[in-house]
Design a protein around this ligand. Structure first.
Ligand SMILES: Cc1ncc(COP(=O)(O)O)c(C=O)c1O
Length: 377
């Protein structure tokens, strides 16, 4: 080792992570346990309350016969199934160990120290974690009314902005940008900035003004759309996410992607899930039925409810001691209902509640009515 090299860093007593890593606050998953309750109802992670397709479960079990084999690194069958379903060029698809890995890899691909990403103030925490891990800066754009504001996003964009992350619909707010607004935002971005449209909850949107970004991504050189099997398909445990990328981005992605990042059981279950239109329709219809009900009931209790297009609602609580979001979360948990406090998203007065089965939704409303000393409608 040359003297010049060794002189650059003061001798450290132990290997230290690179600068910035220890400033990162680790992702906090939704709670899965309630003290003293054996089987709490988990409404804290936006999972599919109906489970998953029985066909996906069968495919997963059948894959148990090949546990000694490495998975198909190209996920050929899954690639073909997604390509056929959404009419997408197969070579432009990439796969990840959940969308989470796709997001991490995108940050890794594009960020150098001094570069930045832009996201909404209440945006999904994983974007920022991945950017900071690549020593990128994170710029937060204001979200008036809990909505992404294209103007605020553009105010934050500069010559070092490599990625803009927009969640469609957003987590934890459930709001969305219209197709028209997404196109206008894209048109205003520098061509060297990649617009990432995270559509983890897109299948739950029923507002006619919502549009998937897949069409925009098809013709743009700087748009990526990510999707997941964790939500509508109910396969969160298996960790399958995918992204539809411009060809040069897909090429770069596959150069650094861990080669076997989606397992054989996961690929098999995802293929079967994609073919099970009946389960997908049931999942969608369940959310379409109970999301407005829950929003209306919570609103009737005097809570502020943010209009949601995802499989959860965000409710705002008063700041009055005895009625706060944190106390409501604890009250629900004591009765076996786990919801998500979102103080770490900059929303200390809100709870995010996944749409449950009918009895769960009714129980949550009744418990909150008792907590707030109000009568449900
Ligand atoms: C907005 C958003 N993107 C991505 C993900 C992660 O999805 P996956 O389970 O595919 O990693 C989630 C999970 O909650 C999410 O809310």
């Amino acid at each position: 080792m040359s003297l010049a090299l060794t002189a650059e860093r003061a001798p450290a007593p132990r290997p230290e992570p690179k600068p910035g890593i220890l400033d990162i606050v680790a992702y906090k998953p939704g709670k899965a346990k309630a003290e003293g309750i054996a089987h709490p109802i988990k409404l804290s992670s936006n999972e599919n309350i109906l489970g998953c397709s029985p066909k996906a479960r069968d495919a997963f079990l059948a894959a148990a016969d090949t546990l000694n084999i490495y998975p198909d690194s190209r996920a050929t069958a899954l690639r073909a199934a997604i390509s056929a379903k959404y009419a997408l060029e197969p070579e432009r698809l990439v796969f990840g160990d959940g969308t989470d890995e796709c997001l991490h890899l995108l940050n890794q691909l594009f960020l150098e120290p001094g570069d930045n990403i832009v996201m909404g103030r209440y945006g999904f925490a994983a974007y920022a974690i991945g950017a900071r891990a690549s020593q990128g800066d994170v710029r937060l754009a204001e979200e008036p009314d809990y909505r992404i504001s294209p103007e605020s996003i553009l105010e934050q964009v500069d010559g070092r902005t490599r990625l803009v992350f927009i969640t469609q619909p957003a987590n934890p707010t459930g709001t969305f940008l219209t197709g028209e607004a997404v196109r206008a935002l894209h048109a205003a971005l520098p061509p060297a900035t990649l617009l990432v449209l995270d559509e983890a909850y897109a299948e739950f949107a029923d507002d006619p003004r919502f549009e998937s970004g897949l069409e925009l991504a098809r013709r743009a050189e700087n748009v990526v759309v990510t999707r997941t099997f964790s939500k509508l398909h109910g396969l969160a445990a298996l960790r399958v996410g995918w992204a539809y990328c411009p060809p040069h981005v897909a090429d770069a992605f596959d150069r650094i992607r861990p080669p076997f990042n989606t397992s054989i059981p996961a690929q098999a279950a995802a293929v079967a899930a994609l073919a099970d239109d009946a389960f997908q329709a049931r999942s969608f219809e369940h959310v379409a039925r109970w999301r407005p009900w829950l929003a209306q009931q919570l609103g009737g209790l005097g809570l502020e409810v943010v209009p949601s297009q995802a499989n959860f609602v965000l409710a705002g609580f008063p700041r009055e001691p005895g009625r706060t979001a944190a106390e409501a979360e604890a009250h629900l948990a004591r009765h076996g209902y786990l919801t998500r406090g979102v103080a770490n998203y900059g929303l200390p007065d809100h709870l995010r509640i996944t749409i449950g089965l009918e009895e769960h939704n009714r129980a949550v409303v009744a418990l909150l009515a008792g907590f707030l000393e109000r009568t449900p409608a």
